[in-house]
Structures are given as structure tokens and as C-alpha cells.
Design a protein around this ligand. Structure first.
Ligand code: GRG
Length: 296
């Protein structure tokens, strides 16, 4: 109940803000702007922005800074999904219950949509005013985010993911792939929330980062489980596609029961680090529970 309440509040807020900052479809290039809006304003759960708002509010951040950080993360996340769905990568035709960007607009536009979303994300972050945030903290945000989505983060995780398709790997390799491709963006969201409040205390940031990394792993293992147990209509993407593509997952390596136990253990570890950060955690915890409660 609490989880639902907080998530809905943050979803409404970020959806309105994203609608406001995305270029109009009446501005050239029309089709590119249609594709950008189509790929962002199409009903994502907005978990990452909810984590930013909840972390930032716990530390009394300026709401205008939180809006910009949340939008930047959602734009990057949408970019990663558009490119992930491309024929050259996962070749998925359905995303958030609708035709994927390349199916709706063609591959060239989908590639450019990703490029433009990434550029817009960093333009937004760099536009935070020095009255709202110390410039060195703003720069740190940009450094953290660009590092966590580059070759040592999300893009690197995706490269490894593509390389192991159809191959057998062990659990530690899979854990590395999940950390890079999923956990780093979730950890970056939480760190951006804290930095929005000018929080620079190393111990707090270290514990929050670990909270994010473990939460991200729990999220991705639960995603593997949903791919087996949920339905295409609920997921908004094809159920069973991991198995169909012979993708290594936690359930494929451990079995379903052990994978579920692993997700719970990892989630508890995440909560342990959140507690160690000593920040006000009511809303963050409510949002975190959604990671394992969600059905899509
Ligand atoms: C951004 C530099 C840069 C590169 C991108 C294509 C790519 C490299 C990365 C893709 C990574 C990827 C698809 C990871 C999967 C993460 C995941 C479980 C996504 C689904 O997240 P949800 O369920 O999606 O939060 P919604 O639709 O709710 O937003």
C-alpha cells in the first residue's frame, strides 16, 4: 500500500516532467522527436527515478535538481532499452506492451533516438544551476553517471551479455554481467539522489552505493524469475524470451527455487547497507520492496 502510494506519486511527477522537457513533435526533425517521445513516455515503471526522489527527499534535496537527475536517468534507461531491442542486440519486437522503437520507426531512427536521448540526458544534468547545487557536486554527478554507463558499466555489461548468448557461463560471470548492465544504473540513481542534496560524506555514499548495487542484483534476478513465471500481457515484453534465446540466467544456473532464495538474500543485503547509511529510509524502503513485489 505504502509502496504503491509513493511510487504513483513519483511516477506522476517524472512523467509530467519528461513530457515537459522532451522536444515537441511539431519541431523538426518530427519523426525523431516522435520516436524519442514514444520511447520515453510509454509507461515505464520509473523505479530508478523513484529511487532518486526518495533518496533526495530523505536528505532534503532541491526538488528542481531531483527532477533533472530523475529525467536524465530515465532518458538514459529508455536509450538503453531502445538499443537493447535492436536486431543487432536482443532483437525484441515488444517493449512496454507496444512495438519496440525500431519496429515502429525503423532501425536508423531507433539508433538516432538512443543517441539523442543520451545527449539530452547530459544536457539536462549540465543545466543544473549553481544556485541549486554546488558546481563541483554537479560535475561529480556527471562523472559518476558517465563512468557507470560506459564500458566499465552498463555498455560493458551489455557487451558481455551479447558475447555469452548461447554460451554456458558460471555464476560469478553472470553476477558480473548483471552488476554492470543493471546494478550500476540503479546505484547511480541513488548516488545522484544523495548528491542532489550536496551529500558528500564518503561513508554515507559508500553504503548507499552498495545498497544500490545489491538492490540492482535483486531486481535483475527477479526479472529472470518473471520471465519464467509471468505472462507477456503483464510483462509488456515476450515471456520466456530468456530461455528461447538460450540466455544464461539465475534460474537457468541455480534452478527456480534457489534463484528465488538468492533474490531474497541479496535484497536483505541491500537493506542492510541502506540501514548502515543512517539516512531517513522510510520511503526508500517502501520503493525498494517493489523490486521483489512487482509482477512486471
Ligand atoms: C547507455 C552508454 C549506454 C549504453 C547502453 C544497450 C545497452 C548499452 C544496455 C542495455 C542494458 C539493459 C537492457 C539492461 C537490462 C536492465 C533491465 C532489467 C531493464 C528493464 O528495466 P525496467 O523493468 O523497465 O525497470 P521499465 O520498462 O519499467 O522502465
Amino acid at each position: 500500500m505504502e509502496t504503491q502510494h509513493h511510487l504513483l506519486r513519483y511516477q506522476e511527477r517524472i512523467n509530467n516532467y519528461l513530457d515537459y522537457i522532451l522536444p515537441s513533435t511539431h519541431t523538426e526533425p518530427y519523426v525523431l522527436h516522435q520516436a524519442m517521445r514514444y520511447s520515453v513516455l510509454n509507461g515505464g515503471k520509473r523505479l530508478r527515478s523513484a529511487l532518486i526522489y526518495a533518496t533526495g527527499e530523505a536528505l532534503h534535496a532541491d526538488p528542481r535538481v531531483l527532477d533533472k537527475c530523475s529525467a536524465a536517468i530515465e532518458l538514459i534507461h529508455a536509450f538503453s532499452l531502445v538499443h537493447d531491442d535492436l536486431p543487432a542486440i536482443d532483437n525484441d519486437a515488444l517493449r512496454r506492451g507496444k512495438p519496440s522503437c525500431h519496429v515502429a520507426f525503423g532501425e536508423a531512427t531507433a539508433v538516432l533516438t538512443g543517441d539523442a536521448l543520451l545527449a539530452l540526458a547530459f544536457e539536462l544534468l549540465a543545466s543544473i544551476s549553481k544556485k541549486q547545487l554546488m558546481p563541483e557536486t554537479n560535475l561529480k554527478m556527471i562523472q559518476i553517471l558517465s563512468h557507470y554507463i560506459g564500458s566499465l558499466g552498463m555498455a560493458g555489461g551489455e557487451a558481455l551479455d551479447v558475447a555469452v548468448m548461447d554460451r554456458s557461463i558460471n555464476l560469478s560471470k553472470l553476477a558480473l554481467i548483471y552488476k554492470l548492465k543493471t546494478s550500476y544504473l540503479i546505484a547511480a540513481s541513488i548516488l545522484l539522489g544523495a548528491l542532489s542534496a550536496n551529500c558528500t560524506e564518503k561513508e554515507v555514499l559508500d553504503n548507499l552505493e552498495k545498497f544500490g548495487l545489491y538492490l540492482g542484483l535483486a531486481f535483475q534476478i527477479h526479472d529472470d524469475i518473471l520471465d519464467i513465471e509471468s505472462k507477456t500481457e503483464i510483462l509488456g515484453k515476450p515471456q520466456g524470451s530468456d530461455e528461447a534465446k538460450h540466455k544464461p540466467t539465475y534460474p537457468s544456473l541455480l534452478g527456480l527455487t534457489k534463484a528465488k532464495q538468492k533474490a531474497k538474500n541479496v535484497f536483505e543485503k541491500a537493506v542492510g547497507f541502506l540501514k548502515k547509511s543512517h539516512i531517513k529510509d522510510e520511503e526508500l524502503l517502501a520503493i525498494s520492496y517493489f523490486v521483489l513485489q512487482r509482477e512486471y
